[in-house]
Design a protein around this ligand. Structure first.
Ligand SMILES: [Fe+2]
Length: 459
């Protein structure tokens, strides 16, 4: 016999099963804190679930958060939460049942089915911040940028400044607009969110991307530094904001400060977290391309990469693991890793295979096989966005291609790649004028050193 669970209403008027009138207030805050990257939300949610084990969405959110951590090993933990939630299905609302289904699809690796369920939810219940944030976040790593913007536009009519969590709606809207090349609109919505909360990290991040794409490195640096003393109040996502600050500094030639940020903020200790590995490896490669001696800094990232070789579900991490393994000096490490990734990719196709192929190209580069590296990259270069991540992150591929062409002393090819590299920065007339000025500068490149200077600047 199905049991009717107690139901209350959340801050946006949606029915939530399994909580009391007091407990729903705690959940409302946990949801906001989760997407504000406040540390400790997992523990708070665990405590709430101990008090209210029949809280359907609480179990789902724990499952989502575990999956968001991006490790294969986390699936077992998420499975436990899925089982708890599934037992509560008969008393759950239709919306909650869809969330349970989405979590199940995710754990099974059925990303398309998972995304379709979340789209179904936000189509029917645009107030569902949980589905909206999970969907837009997941699409980022699926490389599905048009769909991210579609999701934000889907819920746009519902939202207004009076609705709790409005800023958390704006961040993904701003970011999706930025990646679609709509820099002006992206800046407007990111700034609106930052008016509500100046350290809303996803909106801050969207604004950083606008600065990056428009070559506004001094402005970007100043903006992030204006909130720098608060960044470490947030969870590990903060490392990526520091990464953006490092990019702004690099564009201005402040390479010592970039190295300082790597040591102090981007990869200060040891971390197996996928985003930390990506941020650190990508920044060390960029620094080396600029001629900076990074010492033994690859070693810790290589160790983390070995420990998590096939444990990352975010496959944009794989090329970064390849960088660290190839640069840490042990040829067997990268050879073993390539075997493992290629065998996984050959069985799975899609992102796994693409990740393995990129890893091969990176290994070729670091083993001095520049022609092979460039051939492999060049063949793949218009598929590379399918591996997810932002335009700014994906620029690492062009960094490698340009350096491979430079190493072969092929100046025409170097210039051609430098021109392609800035193809995404053209929204307004002013952006286009700027892009054309950059193209004219590229035409004047005649030496390796000049090409490397062009690479230092943002896309
Ligand atoms: Fe970013």
């Amino acid at each position: 016999m199905s049991k009717q669970l107690f139901s209350v209403t959340d801050a946006r008027g949606l029915s939530v099963t399994g909580l009391s009138d007091t407990q729903i207030k705690t959940y409302d805050q946990i949801l906001l804190d989760t997407y504000h990257y406040v540390p400790g939300t997992a523990d708070e949610l665990k405590s709430l679930l101990e008090e209210a084990p029949e809280f359907v969405l609480g179990n789902v959110l724990r499952g989502y958060s575990t999956m968001t951590d991006g490790s294969v090993s986390g699936k077992t933990v998420a499975q436990g939460y899925l089982e708890n939630a599934t037992k509560l299905t008969s008393g759950a609302t239709p919306r909650e049942r869809l969330h349970i289904a989405a979590l199940g699809h995710w754990i099974s690796g059925e990303h398309e089915a998972r995304n379709a369920v979340w789209e179904d939810i936000i189509g029917k219940w645009p107030a569902d911040l949980l589905a909206y944030r999970q969907l837009t976040g997941a699409l980022f790593w699926n490389g599905d940028k048009k769909r991210q913007l579609a999701a934000a536009v889907q819920t746009l009519p519902y939202w207004s400044a009076e609705i709790p969590g409005y800023g958390l709606f704006l961040g993904p809207l701003a970011f999706a607009l930025e990646e679609a090349g709509r820099f002006g609109l992206a800046e407007r919505y990111a700034r609106e969110a930052l008016e509500i909360n100046s350290t809303d990290l996803w909106s801050l991040h969207a604004l950083a991307h606008v600065f990056e794409m428009q070559g506004r490195s001094t402005e970007g640096e100043a903006h992030i530094e204006s909130v720098a003393d608060k960044l470490n109040d947030y969870n590990l996502f903060r490392g990526h904001i520091w990464w953006h600050l490092a990019l702004f500094k690099m564009a201005q030639g402040k390479l010592d400060e970039v190295l300082g940020l790597v040591d102090k903020e981007i990869y200060p200790g040891t971390s197996n977290f996928y985003l930390d590995i990506q941020n650190a490896a990508s920044m060390l490669s960029r620094l080396e391309f600029q001629g900076v001696n990074v010492g033994d800094r690859w070693d810790r990232i290589a160790k983390a990469s070995r420990e998590t070789l096939s444990d990352h579900t975010v496959l944009f991490t794989v090329p970064h693991q390849a960088m660290a393994l190839a640069r840490s000096g042990e040829e067997t490490h990268i050879a073993n890793a390539l075997d493992q990734w290629m065998s996984a990719g050959s069985n799975a196709n899609g992102q796994s295979l693409l990740a393995a192929k990129v890893a091969e190209a990176i290994a070729d580069f670091h083993l001095g096989r520049f022609s092979d590296a460039l051939d492999k990259f060049a063949r793949l270069r218009f598929e590379l966005p399918d591996l997810g991540a932002s335009h700014a992150q994906q620029d690492i591929y062009y960094q490698y291609m340009v350096m491979a062409a430079i190493e072969q002393e092929d100046i025409p090819r170097t210039k051609s790649l430098l021109r392609e590299r800035i193809a995404n920065r053209a929204e307004t007339e002013a952006d286009w004028t700027e892009a054309r000025a950059r193209l004219a500068e590229i035409e004047r490149v005649e030496s390796k050193a000049e090409a490397i200077m062009m690479l230092r600047r943002g896309i």
